[in-house]
Write a protein that binds this ligand. Sequence first.
Ligand code: URA
Length: 433
Amino acid sequence: MRMYDLIMKKRNCGILSKEEINFIVKGYVEGIIPDYQVSAFLMAVYFKGMNKEETSNLTGAFINSGDIIDLSPIKGIKVDKHSTGGVGDKISLIVIPLVASLGIPIAKMSGRGLGHTGGTIDKLESIKGFKTQMDINEFINNVNTYKMAIVGQTANLTPADKKIYALRDVTATVDSIPLIASSIMSKKIASGSDAIVLDVKVGSGAFMKNLDEAKELAQTMVDIGKTLKRKVVAVITNMDQPLGHEVGNANEVKEAIEVLKNNGAEDERVVALTIASYMAVLGGAYKDFDEAFVNLERKIESGEAIDKLKEFIRIQGGDEEIVDNPDKLPQAKYHIEIKAQSSGYVNEINAEKIGNAAMLLGAGRKTKEDLIDYGAGISLVKKIGDSIKTGDVIAILHTDKKENQVAKILVDDAYKISKNQPTKLKYVYDVIM
Ligand code: URA
């Protein structure tokens, strides 16, 4: 087999066999096929796509390139969730204790985030003492005993995806549906869960800018799940503005606590309950979505969900007192108010600009080596549909940095004010299963 012929086959709209896909992935990981040929291949996939079978075979090749975590010592159906990435997305912080409170085992492995804010692991590490490294036996014991545990990804999971993702990043081939789908699904399947709920974001702050693309990505991932014998549900949710009011790390933990105390922002609450409900159904706790939703709302109202969060923090070594006293979380030195320059209604909050501003304030990493400032972030005081008057505070920037002019401009620019009240946003667009 020659890489040259496989590039040409894909370029000419050919369908690659499992053996051919394995040849490319294995050859690249082993350093036999050079970057320039894989780059050309990725560009051919970008333009010509892959069919269902090729996409599943690519996923399989990624999975088999590294370790596959064996979670079989955990009793019950292990359910995981994954978000395609958004701004202010703290859904995992909410659903881990919420779904675990039903007795469904959640064994979560999470990577560190590169981008606007930290990932789930970074957000949790803003809690003093919260430990995200433990050996596999402790991890499995905690899930069996408490039904939940989270660990930073240390195993050698899907090294082929890691190497190919780095190449996609510099060859303008990230936003290809078969490449995104196989990348996400390979990591989820290699980390050992039986069932997965995918939160596919669509809008200004997401990879997928329109609903048709988001549906195609969702369907592709659900199809991979069917072929590789995992139960998968994809929920398509709105990312036309950041989720909730808080974007950052410690402030996102604070907002997740609010949701679990039954006080959270409506969009955050609806999306979290929707994702948790599908997790509950896949985990076998309820027969359908409506039944799960009502019962999960009860878990929040009764205080069981917030107690489970305290337990989660305690078993991971963290200071559970932050639940009753969130002001113990890290705080920034400066709090800078951004004020409305006209009156009317908030019509748009560009999530990407807010995300970039949060990163400039210190909440995210541009490179793997950057340190996160846990107290940095943005509070979006006003959200789409809110009425405002000139001079009202619309957002507050939290930072230790004295130089924050660019972030101020970005946040100011992210808000668009209109005379008429916009129609209410949908939080959840569609569900694909
Ligand atoms: N997230 C991933 O893990 N992979 C992609 O390709 C895109 C988003």
